[in-house]
Design a protein. Structure first.
Length: 538
């Protein structure tokens, strides 16, 4: 039996939860141990993969994902870690990799300190070690949460940056102090809100008055966000957004309260942030000096609630929500009502234009009734075509893909066969090269040079093979997608009105272009409909 060449990856991981271990598990300590082990066991190290500051409870880590990509490409076939916990602390996924994935990919795995090696056979204690590693992560998470909750309940506040209007207290740790240099911005925003202005109007006024944003103030004071503001045009320093204003006018921080647990991780394994219901928030009152009085804050919340109720009454016609996009800037189209005319009407306009003005984009105005009639007519047209001549319509939808000549496909199939044949030849060359090295027929220098050359060619062939396969499958996929869409639209064989389920089932997006006024005074406007699965039909 031929011995496998160990093209080795050294994988190192450290999270903040591991700091209790001290230097015994630092990245440098891991590197020293792994390099020494590789040297003593004649493992050819291809690369090191380091995830510093990443939890082992999930596998969405940048270096780990890069390592798995190199496994898939055939670049590495051996992985070494200091111990099992460095590989991961989630026993189900660790078990999957050790017992299924690595076996399928013919990858050797070694945990040095645990004395585990898949080539020699894993010990019966591995499942228990993995469970203990996961228990450690869970227990650590529980202790940290308990500690943080105790701090929060005592009025402490942990933060990297103080919210605008405040600064870190110069004497008391984890406490806010009013920032006399920026509190005027908060007072200005709440002053406008008390006058009845909505978030959109306030945003425009802040931009017009060139009020600096929180991000720009942090950049000027601390040098943070340099990648955003350094060398940026002046208007970047006051480019407020509606979302920022909405957040400020609803934040109890400005009445002296601290709010915790607005969102949290799904679990100690899943770090995805999830918004929590207000009933689950922890609100600690009077933790710092307020900028806004409770009376003014409550009045602003009341006015926001009244505007929402008013808007809700007219929401019934907003069936295009989430589908309309501005053709020039890509932002969503905002919904509005023109109530200044004798017969009020609904319309859409570019939300970037509405928020930032004519310097950012143009209006891209389109009436709701005009858009409704156009979209309904197009869906009725395609529904009728699908019902009367399904095969002809399918050919039309496939036009772009079938335009590729059959000879081009045959050429790609030939290239694929040649690439796969060469890939197999390289596997054989690698095996013979290793035998020659072991028998002393070639020097270590020549072995490293040739193996590096072969590995590079293998990686290039893998990319080429994947690209050709994807290209050859495109036509088949296009046909499948076209059939899916036809099946959907045939289900709506008599479309008399537009509904939210209908639009979301058949349409991916609707792109609204700026109208062009013609010499005769009429307005010409392009509206592009991109259908689900198939895109735009020419």
């Amino acid at each position: 039996m031929k011995q496998q060449i160990n093209n080795t990856a050294l994988y190192l991981r450290l999270s903040r939860d591991d700091e209790n271990y001290g230097d015994s598990i630092s990245i440098e300590t891991q590197r020293t141990i792994l390099r020494q082990y590789a040297k003593e066991n004649a493992l050819y190290v291809v690369d090191e993969y380091v995830d510093d500051g990443w939890s082992g409870t999930n596998f969405d880590r940048p270096a780990f994902k890069r390592m798995i990509e190199d496994v898939e490409s055939g670049k590495i076939n051996c992985i070494v870690t200091k111990d099992l916990s460095r590989f991961g602390r989630e026993h189900i996924m660790v078990g999957y990799y050790l017992e299924f994935y690595f076996v399928e990919k013919n990858v050797r795995y070694i945990a040095v300190s645990d004395n585990e090696d898949t080539e020699k056979g894993l010990s019966d204690f591995v499942p228990f070690k993995n469970l203990f590693n996961e228990f450690y992560a869970k227990d650590t998470s529980r202790k940290i949460k308990a500690s943080m909750r105790a701090k929060f309940s005592a009025g402490e506040r942990t933060f990297a940056y103080a919210p605008i209007g405040y600064m870190k207290h110069p004497e008391i740790k984890n406490k806010l102090a009013v920032d006399e240099e920026t509190k005027w911005i908060i007072e200005k925003i709440y002053g406008y809100a008390l006058l009845g202005y909505g978030a959109g109007k306030i945003t425009k006024m802040l931009i017009e008055e060139k009020v600096p944003t929180p991000g720009y103030l942090n950049y000027m004071r601390n040098g943070t966000f340099a990648n955003i503001y350094a060398g940026a045009p002046e208007e970047k320093s006051y480019s407020w957004t509606v979302a920022q204003v909405k957040s400020i006018v609803k934040d109890e921080t400005y009445i002296g309260n601290t709010v915790h647990y607005r969102e949290s991780n799904v679990s100690y394994k899943n770090k995805h942030r999830m918004r929590k219901d207000k009933s689950e928030w922890l609100i600690v009152e009077n933790t710092h000096e307020p900028i806004i009085s409770r009376e003014d804050f409550d009045k602003v919340q009341q006015m926001i609630g009244e505007r929402r109720r008013s808007l809700k009454e007219t929401k019934s016609t907003q069936i295009f929500t989430g589908l309309l996009k501005c053709a020039d800037c890509g932002w969503s189209m905002g919904y509005s009502i023109n109530g200044t005319v004798k017969v009020p009407y609904h319309y859409y306009k570019c939300s970037r234009y509405g928020q930032l003005g004519k310097n950012a984009c143009s209006m891209h105005f389109i009436r709701y009734d005009t858009l409704y009639a156009y979209v309904l007519s197009r869906l009725r047209y395609w529904s009728e075509k699908a019902g009367t001549d399904n095969d002809k319509l399918l050919k039309k939808l496939m036009a772009s893909s079938v335009s590729e000549s059959a000879s081009a496909n045959r050429k790609q199939e030939t290239e694929l066969r040649n690439a796969e044949k060469r890939r197999k030849e390289l596997d054989g060359l690698f095996a013979r090269l290793y035998e020659d090295r072991v028998s002393g027929k070639i020097t270590e220098y020549n072995f490293n040079m040739l193996s590096g050359k072969y590995q590079t060619e293998q990686a290039e062939l893998d990319v080429k093979i994947t690209a050709i396969k994807n290209s050859l499958s495109t036509v088949r996929q296009n046909e499948s997608n076209a059939e899916k869409w036809l099946k959907l639209i045939r289900e709506y064989n008599d479309i008399t009105e537009l509904t939210v389920p209908l639009l979301n089932a058949l349409i991916e997006k609707i792109v609204i272009h700026q109208g062009i006024k013609k010499p005769d005074g009429t307005l010409e406007q392009e509206v592009e409909i991109y259908y689900r699965f198939i895109g735009k039909i020419e």
